[in-house]
Design a protein around this ligand. Structure first.
Ligand code: S3P
Length: 423
């Protein structure tokens, strides 16, 4: 696909529903008693993988024009699937399902695409085994994973990485455990699981970095309105901030504080982003307006990293257009995402003439010289593809993106929205 440099981005858009919340809405809806109506659900390939897995375990899920309707089977109502579960490209599906499957009275195998087969699962296997789960994985760390029936008991577990997928897997297994389950986080990661548990009547307490769950008798279905995904909005926030003359409003974006690191960093860089129409339901949301402004380099590291982990590729693009040096550190986790996102962004920014160095846990971007267009590789990674599209829009000259269809993982309409804005 060709990407041409574009003029100012102006107008109002919405972005698709939050990926993390959409996955959890289907999972908890399936385990609840009663019917869950989900509005704003992300119809991306990852969330469709979650739906497919639960359908294979006997859950009726209907997709209409404006809702996903999940007929909950209750905590103990899942059925043994007749074939292996396929989780596609989705780390969230794979890791969270591990927690749920660890507590089932049947044996089940699960695997995904070539990227999923390279992602570490040992981090989930370890605490689940401590809870009594019986799990096998390739080389004890990778998919395919097979989970056998076992009795679980609660544990207290200090997470070695700030990972919401890992935290959620343990808490989901805690639903099936005897006694309390406690996780301690090294830094706050997204808390959508905890919020949704509370909404469904589960007793879960957060005390600083410690989260404790009491296993419930059952979950009570509630309707779920999924806000727009700030991780998808981030592409337009950066595009609006770096393309001269832009003024763009993104409506109904989820602004859960565990996800808003990208707003903090862009503002630190000098971006003009305002919030309006704030409302706080189970998840807070608002409209975000970004206006072009001159950016400057910043240092990004420490506890903010989990609050912007998925936005770092597009933040690296912002850094390329910012005056001075941006240092990203403490971001080793980026190496085990859908691709090695540090290596990928360093290689592709370099192709665009950006002065960038790879480090052990991040990168250093020397920004300010206008990047030029190039023929970019996506590494079959949706967020790399969209970050490079933003780079191409703001660069000098045309660019090419090799596999633009990968955006369907989290944002099927991304290029259509871009085109509409360019009109
Ligand atoms: C997610 C957690 C994060 C994030 C991923 C979604 C979630 O992964 O990168 O896109 O929904 O819990 P980690 O838990 O591996 O940090």
């Amino acid at each position: 696909m060709q990407i041409q440099p574009c003029g100012p981005l102006r107008g109002e858009i919405t972005v698709p529903g939050d990926k993390s919340i959409s996955h959890r809405a289907v999972m908890l809806g399936a385990l609840a008693n009663g019917t869950t109506h989900i509005t704003g659900f992300l119809m991306g390939e990852d969330c469709l993988s979650t739906i497919d897995c639960f359908r294979k375990m006997g859950v009726e899920i209907n997709i209409t024009d404006d809702e996903v309707i999940v007929e909950g089977v209750g905590l103990h109502g899942l059925e043994a699937p007749s074939e292996a579960l396929y989780t596609g490209n989705s780390g969230t599906t794979t890791r969270l399902l591990c927690g749920i499957l660890a507590g089932q009275p049947f044996t089940v195998t699960m695997s995904g695409d070539p990227s999923i087969q390279k992602r570490p699962m040992g981090r989930v296997m370890k605490p689940l085994r401590e809870m009594g789960a019986s799990i096998e994985g390739k080389n004890d760390n990778f998919c395919p994973l097979t989970l056998f029936p076992s009795e679980l008991h609660g544990i207290e577990y200090r997470l070695p990485v700030a990972s919401a997928q890992l935290k959620s897997a343990i808490l989901l297994a805690g639903l099936y455990a005897e006694g309390q389950t406690t996780v301690i986080e090294p830094a706050p990661s997204r808390d959508h699981t905890e919020r949704m548990f509370r909404a469904l009547g589960v007793e879960i307490e957060t005390n600083g970095s410690t989260i404790t769950l009491d296993p419930p008798e059952d979950l009570h279905a509630v309707d779920i309105a999924v806000p727009g995904d700030i991780s998808s909005a981030a592409f337009f926030l950066v595009a609006g901030a770096i393309i001269p003359g832009s003024e763009l409003t993104i409506k109904n974006v989820g602004v859960n504080p565990t996800r808003t690191g990208v707003l903090d960093v862009l503002r630190d860089m000098g971006a003009d982003i305002t919030e309006s129409n704030f409302r706080d339901e189970a998840e807070p949301m608002c409209d975000l307006t970004v206006k072009y402004s001159k950016l400057h380099g910043v240092e990004i590291g420490g506890a903010i990293i989990p609050r912007l982990i998925d936005e770092l590729p597009v933040i690296a693009v912002a850094a390329a257009f910012a005056e001075g040096e941006t240092v990203i550190r403490d971001a080793q986790e980026l190496k085990v995402k859908e691709s090695n996102r540090i290596a990928a962004m360093v290689a592709e920014l370099t192709k665009a003439g950006v002065d960038v160095e790879e480090t052990d846990d991040g990168m250093i971007v020397h920004g300010g010289a206008k990047p030029h267009g190039a023929s970019f590789e996506t590494y079959k990674d949706h967020r790399i593809a969209m970050s490079l599209a933003v780079l191409g829009l703001a660069a000098e000259g045309a660019s090419r993106i090799d596999e633009p269809e990968v955006v369907a993982i989290s944002y099927p309409d991304f290029f259509n929205t871009l085109e509409r804005l360019g009109d």
